[in-house]
Ligand binder design. Structure first.
Ligand SMILES: *Cc1c(COP(=O)(O)O)cnc(C)c1O
Length: 232
């Protein structure tokens, strides 16, 4: 934990950025509640989870179901099925992986039911990999245009999961492409004048490549292995 925070700080300083502008999302998928509690006690403030069912189960454990408000913010970073939207809005402060109008509309509907404005990021398939989720880069603007009328959604920025490479330098173009896309959207005055649209967050970078992501402008880095060790 300490080492990871130190590495985030160093990468920020080296690229002339304020370390405070980068938030660590500790990715706790497959890790039990006791391990999560240790991370919270060590100073983690945001937890990232990939599966709704798994998160619901963890939140029922004696460690995490204390009756007090959660000491941490929970972010959803996995693939979200429309039929799980109703659970997602109850648990998560930020959903990183919205990639279709269908999912956005369902989240809007479910958020409205519980009187919440759900913060979301739009996941972009920068590499155009057929197997990966994420909206195509050229469709993101039209997706945002539709979300303007979703009053219970608030778009905060973009997210990417690049393809895997052994050489982390190879992911840099994906990170810079995500930043460029966010910049293009920021230049669109019509989109940016909508009260529920912002482009403040770039969710990119994992254990193997987060320093490069920070150099390219990441504001949320999603780190699992470097904090919790290898997953089984
Ligand atoms: C599992 C996961 C991570 C964390 O990956 P590590 O390599 O363990 O840091 C980050 N983002 C997403 C979307 C993930 O599914």
């Amino acid at each position: 934990m300490k080492i990871v925070k130190e590495r985030i700080r160093n990468a920020a300083v080296l690229s002339g950025r304020d370390p405070e502008s980068i938030r660590l999302v500790a990715v706790s998928k497959t890790k039990p509640a006791e391990v999560i509690m240790e991370a919270i006690n060590a100073g983690v403030t945001i937890l990232g989870e990939n599966y709704i069912q798994e998160t619901l189960q963890k939140l029922k454990t004696k460690e995490l179901d204390t009756g007090l408000p959660s000491p941490v913010s929970w972010h959803f970073i996995g693939h979200l099925q429309t039929n799980k939207a109703k659970y997602a809005v109850k648990i998560f402060d930020l959903i990183h992986t919205v990639d279709s109008l269908k999912l956005a509309k369902e989240l809007d509907k479910q958020a409205k039911k519980i009187g919440k404005v759900q913060q979301i990021l739009l996941q972009v398939n920068i590499g155009m990999e057929p197997s990966k989720s994420g909206a195509a880069a050229e469709d993101v603007k039209s997706l945002i245009r539709e979300i303007i009328s979703c009053k219970n959604l608030s778009v905060k920025g973009l997210m990417v999961i690049p393809p895997f490479f052994n050489d982390p330098e190879k992911v840099r173009p994906y990170f810079s492409a995500l930043r460029d896309l966010a910049d293009q959207i920021k230049n669109d005055k019509l989109l940016m004048s909508a009260p529920n649209i912002a482009m403040d967050e770039l969710s990119m970078g994992m254990t193997a490549d987060f320093e490069i992501a920070i150099e390219e402008g990441a504001t949320l880095v999603r780190i699992g292995t470097a904090i919790f060790g290898k997953r089984d």
